[in-house]
Design a protein around this ligand. Structure first.
Ligand code: FES
Length: 237
């Protein structure tokens, strides 16, 4: 075990614990976008930045990837940290449409919530933006690459939680987007249309089609499949 200080609280944590988990253990919440509980951190969004003082030197690091060590002094919400997070949001918005009222995820978007919280309403950066066609080829969900922040939550969920590996990050730079390996049709991938990737998306990049046909909204529809995991059965159709 090691002892460190987070926002003035003395915390004891096992070696190898992330600063994010150590902070959570004492009720300190650090904002995240790409992090998924129980998976190795992706470290792609940089939203979880905190100030870490170690032997007189202070650095800004991501709390999901930095590990606890004896004597660290961590500050999770200083003005410096909040400015760094504002800059991350500013950069994310530099390649993200901000006409939220026309977005299906309006009101249910983690990026939108954080922008409100940090007072970032538009980007200060100028330049090119991703302008890729919307992929509507999957029968169950729509992918809008122009709203994607490339946090890889959907990819990590599909690969490491669902165990299918049906989607991945394709191409480079402004052409980077989520897609099927080798651009095969969805129907030819291992995708089970489980919806976990959509659930994992923190923005409106992945949205379900025909929401009203899903079980929570139409409980009286006929059961198509049942399996030993539950007695209710899947009602997607
Ligand atoms: Fe830590 Fe995304 S949550 S880098």
């Amino acid at each position: 075990m090691v002892r460190l200080t987070i926002d003035g609280k003395v915390v004891e944590a096992k070696k190898g614990t992330s600063i994010l988990h150590a902070a959570e253990s004492v009720g300190i919440k650090i904002p995240t976008l790409c992090y998924i509980k129980d998976l190795l951190p992706d470290g792609s969004c940089r939203m979880c930045m905190v100030e870490i003082e170690n032997r007189g030197r202070t650095k800004i690091e991501t709390a999901c990837t930095a590990q606890v060590a004896e004597g660290l002094v961590v500050t999770t919400n200083s003005e410096k940290v909040r400015n760094a997070r504002r800059n991350v949001l500013d950069m994310l918005l530099s390649n993200h449409k901000t006409d939220c009222f026309s977005c299906r995820a309006n009101g249910d978007c983690k990026l939108q919530d954080l922008c409100y919280e940090y007072g970032v309403s538009k980007t200060t950066y100028e330049g090119e933006k991703t302008d890729l066609p919307i992929d509507d080829s999957n029968p169950f969900f729509t992918y809008n690459p122009n709203l994607c922040i490339l946090c890889h939550r959907c990819v990590n969920t599909c690969h490491k939680i669902v165990g299918r590996g049906a989607i991945d990050t394709m191409e480079r730079g402004f052409d980077s987007a989520i897609g099927t390996p080798f651009h095969v049709d969805w129907i030819d991938t291992t995708c089970e249309s489980c919806g976990n990737c959509v659930q994992a998306c923190p923005t409106g990049a992945l949205t379900m089609k025909r929401r009203t046909k899903y079980r929570p909204y139409q409980v009286d529809k006929k059961v198509l499949t049942t399996c030993p995991h539950c007695a209710t059965g899947c009602q997607y159709y």
